[in-house]
Design a binder for this molecule. Structure first.
Ligand code: GAR
Length: 202
């Protein structure tokens, strides 16, 4: 069974979706650890409840980005995971980490990439006036939200939506998309050809 580790910075509802899917037997994986940059993250409470080891790499305790990245890489290495899942991890991973774990890091983003990369994706979608947004699970490369796309789920933008209402509706789809993408990885059913990710039959 594959070992996954999760990086999360805050609430951790996507992390919870993975814990629940593993618990329900629908995701054939073992969660080997949570790594967080935020000592206050609610994700830590979720991990403790599920008996998952937690490592906090506190950015403010580091002398700068290089020291933080070195500590983060060490923490990730110690998880001994096949796959690292960024589930609301709100920093950009350095190129050193991305190349060290090449093809073994995925991220969930609350928009249909390549639209609305970066922070506040739901607000960007509202401000732009799109009629459809959604979520994307993708492999992480050196860019910001630019790696090959594994799964997308669309969500309509309704009249009267604000950032919060849209974010809430997108989150429901995130909780389906992320366990599904992790499952495909764990079943070795993802084949990356350039930008395209082919999903192999079971
Ligand atoms: C999710 O909407 C996730 O897609 C987003 O942060 C939220 C975390 O929620 N991630 C990003 O915006 C990354 N750029 P959660 O902590 O409840 O899973």
């Amino acid at each position: 069974m594959k070992r996954i580790a999760v990086l999360a910075s805050g609430r951790g509802s996507n992390f919870q979706a993975l814990i629940d899917a593993i618990g329900a037997g629908t995701l054939p994986a073992r969660c080997a650890g949570l790594v967080t940059d935020n000592p206050q993250a609610y994700a830590i409470t979720r991990a403790k409840k599920a008996g998952i080891p937690v490592t906090v790499v506190d950015y403010s305790g580091c002398a700068g980005k290089d020291e933080y990245e070195a500590a983060l890489l060490e923490a990730m290495d110690r998880c001994n995971a096949d796959l690292f899942v960024l589930a609301g991890y709100m920093r950009i991973l350095g190129a050193g980490i991305v190349s060290h774990f090449k093809g073994r890091i995925i991220n969930i983003h609350p928009a249909l990439l390549p639209s609305f990369a970066g922070l506040h994706a739901q607000r960007q979608a509202i401000d732009y006036g799109v009629k459809v947004s959604g979520c994307t699970v993708h492999f992480v490369d050196e860019g910001m939200d630019t790696g090959p796309i594994i799964i997308q789920r669309p969500v309509p933008v309704c009249d009267g939506d604000d950032e919060d209402s849209l974010a809430g509706r997108i989150l429901i789809e995130e909780h389906l998309a992320l366990p599904e993408a992790v499952k495909l990885f764990c079943e070795e059913r993802l084949m990356v050809c350039g930008r395209a990710v082919h999903i192999l039959p079971p």
